[in-house]
Design a protein. Structure first.
Length: 273
């Protein structure tokens, strides 16, 4: 089976999971080929499937990326599906998911009184265009700037629990739990930790975190090859969803010995079904 590993033009080599994934795929009988999603010369119909992995520049070209996904889905099997990618690349999905989430104010006006704010656009990644501040006026100003650019605004309270608890990311392949990691906070004082070898720690989720993750995934009707459910705890200890990553999540494959093979097996099972 021939499968496109969908990536982007990455001169800095940020995708340190590619060779791990491709080696596991090959061991499962899948020939994976790295292909840029925006390469006009690619014959997508020549692949048995296309797996979106590190298309990390989509936030600058979201409309083009969504159009590419729907077009490509007509030529080969796209994983995850195009409808999922369109829905998941705009964080407004959090409004109607029907699960516990971080409190979010969806406007640049009438911002609530919180001790500290996180202000970001609904289409973003890696804390891009995101501000953390205890100054309400600064939060309002940044929200107004985003709104003035025609972008949907998200204003959330900064949760101190992130500093000591971190974010918990639960990884699923083919609907089955693989592993979980405690991610270091992106917006911690002093800035994000960019050392890829020190970005997370393997961790066993608590029962209540499993329950929320399973509830979140039950809200997605489409069959998913991969999913990352990012949770945080509220001050009262309640686990809530901060983001559901179904488009191009980092999968922390090097953190769990069996994860690459689980990923490969899930891919083969989907291709054979």
């Amino acid at each position: 089976m021939k499968v496109a590993y969908v990536t982007f033009a990455d001169p800095l080599g940020h995708d340190d999971e590619r060779e791990t994934a491709l080696a596991a795929w090959l061991g499962a009988g899948v020939e994976g080929t790295p292909v840029r999603w925006d390469d006009p010369e690619v014959d997508w119909a020549s692949f048995d499937a296309a797996v979106v992995r590190s298309a990390w520049d989509y936030i600058d070209h979201r409309d083009e990326f969504v159009a590419w996904a729907h077009r490509t889905a007509g030529l080969t099997r796209l994983l995850n599906p195009a409808r999922v990618l369109e829905w998941n690349t705009d964080k407004t999905y959090l409004r109607d998911l029907g699960v516990p989430t971080v409190p979010t104010h969806w406007s640049h006006e009438g911002i609530p009184e919180w001790d500290e704010y996180v202000v970001k656009p609904a289409i973003s990644a890696g804390a891009r265009d995101t501000v953390r501040t205890a100054d309400r006026a600064e939060a309002e100003a940044h929200a107004a700037r985003l709104a003035g650019q025609g972008r949907t605004v998200m204003v959330q309270p900064y949760l101190d629990t992130v500093e000591h608890e971190g974010e918990l990311s639960l990884l699923y392949f083919g609907g089955e739990f693989s592993h979980a990691v405690r991610r270091h906070p992106m917006l911690a004082k002093g800035g994000p930790d960019l050392d890829l070898n020190n970005r997370a720690t393997l961790r066993d989720p608590d029962a209540d975190q499993f329950e929320v993750a399973e509830l979140v995934l039950s809200k997605v009707p489409e069959r998913l090859l991969y999913a990352r459910v990012d949770l945080v705890r509220m001050p009262d200890g309640e686990p809530v969803l901060i983001e559901l990553e179904l488009t191009e999540p980092y999968l922390f494959l090097r953190y769990e010995l069996d994860a690459p093979d689980l990923f490969a097996r899930a891919l083969v099972e989907m291709l054979e079904s």
